[in-house]
Design a protein around this ligand. Structure first.
Ligand SMILES: CC(C)(COP(=O)(O)OP(=O)(O)OC[C@H]1O[C@@H](n2cnc3c(N)ncnc32)[C@H](O)[C@@H]1OP(=O)(O)O)[C@@H](O)C(=O)NCCC(=O)NCCS
Length: 360
């Protein structure tokens, strides 16, 4: 039996920070409303493309694994906000990294994208089709938001995280998973005109609408993640208390706490960084995993559990057995190009456009 061990990890957060107090200067909201309901204090706004974020996270993961990009057999970019649909975002990452031997594709399962991509990449390694795969979760959600809608604009942010998988004979990497989709609830988290459903000659305002039923999503998220978590633990024959660290999707602090409670896990066994980045969709899990490693919270040979949900409503859980290395083999010094504007300046044009569309 082959395994797909995680040998490298990296993240890329754009530097511009948009705080709750910043948001309260452009919409009727406040830190007092946002923080207790979501756990979010700030999020990042990217001044560079999705693929630039993805590439730097990927480069850092490769350095951590001690690999050259030319050694990669595959790159999977989990994203719902690719820079372009044709060609795919993963090809831009391949080009920037110089990973010429790699097969590349994007995978869209919204916020569950990284958990899905990890499962697909692991299967490719286990069947022997590939032996070194870069899996990235990257999003630039601030480009999609309706800044005149306070219920969604406060929740999301930009960022990227990545891992390198390498074939191994030792039990490691993803050892159990459960993926699914609650498509009956497709409409409750829906950007209906971001894609070819958009009627090209009829829509003129250039804005996306954002359908979002927060409470219904909350309910279904808790159910989906709870079921998936139970299924992977049963599949692996692992009791909840044997899980050393939970690395959940970071959508809402109260959802994370509910998941922990269901598993009877104390919060010090849960990796939480939502306060700093908000919901970066497919990027939350790899960013949180990377930070857990940086903080020394992942021990050699420990069990890690991840669970996520997102538009679709997709859901999934993954049980990982960590290998014996928890420190990077190398570092990448590269940084993003400097950002000359602050976060409010970066979004100012979009904020005006959204307000004008609403007033029209
Ligand atoms: C989004 C969420 C935090 C909203 O919390 P909630 O308690 O359900 O709040 P509601 O939507 O019922 O809104 C309550 C009130 O706050 C108001 N409100 C909504 N957003 C607000 C904001 N950013 N600032 C201030 N007030 C706001 C509403 O207008 C409503 O006012 P009203 O009672 O006068 O009509 C919560 O539903 C949630 O987290 N859902 C999960 C969604 C999620 O994580 N999705 C990610 C998918 S991957």
């Amino acid at each position: 039996m082959k395994y797909a061990n995680i040998t490298g990890w990296g993240k890329c957060l754009p530097p511009a920070v948009l705080t709750n107090d910043d948001l309260s200067t452009i919409m009727d909201t406040s830190d007092e409303w946002i923080y207790p309901r979501t756990g979010i204090k700030a999020r990042r706004v990217s001044h560079v493309s999705n693929s630039t974020l993805a590439t730097l996270a990927g480069r850092r993961a490769l350095a951590c694994a001690g690999l050259e990009a030319s050694e990669l057999d595959g790159i999977i970019l989990a994203t719902a906000t690719p820079g372009t649909l044709v060609p795919n975002g993963a090809s831009a990452v391949q080009q920037a990294l110089g990973a010429h031997q790699a097969a590349v594709f994007d995978l869209n399962a919204a916020c569950t994208g990284f958990v899905y991509a990890l499962s697909v990449a692991t299967s490719l390694v286990q069947t022997g089709m590939m032996s070194k795969v870069l899996v990235i979760g990257a999003e630039r959600l601030t480009q999609l938001l309706d800044w005149a809608k306070r219920d969604t604009a406060v929740l999301f942010g930009d960022g990227a995280g990545a891992v390198v998988l390498e074939a191994s004979d030792i039990e490691s990497g993803l050892i159990a998973n459960k993926l699914g989709c609650d498509s009956e609830a497709r409409e409750i988290l829906h950007v209906p005109n971001f894609g070819t459903d958009r009627v090209r000659f009829a829509d003129i305002d250039g804005l996306f609408t954002f359908n979002f039923e927060g409470q219904e999503i909350f309910k279904r998220a808790v159910r989906g993640m709870g079921e998936a978590t139970g299924a992977v633990l049963a599949q692996a024959g692992i009791a909840p208390e044997q899980v050393d660290l939970i690395v959940p999707h970071q959508a809402n602090m109260r959802i994370i706490e509910t998941l922990a409670k269901r598993m009877n896990a104390p919060m010090d066994k849960v990796m939480v960084n939502i306060e700093h980045y908000g919901n970066t969709s497919a990027a939350t899990v790899p960013i949180a995993l990377c930070e857990a490693l940086e903080q020394g919270r992942v021990k050699p040979n420990s069990y890690l559990l991840s669970a996520a949900f997102g538009a679709g409503l997709t859901w999934g859980a993954a049980l990982l057995k960590w290998g014996d290395r928890v420190t990077p083999l190398g570092h990448c010094d590269e940084e993003l190009p400097p950002c000359e504007q602050n976060a409010l300046e970066l979004i100012a044009h979009a904020v005006d456009g959204c307000q004008q569309a609403r007033d029209a």
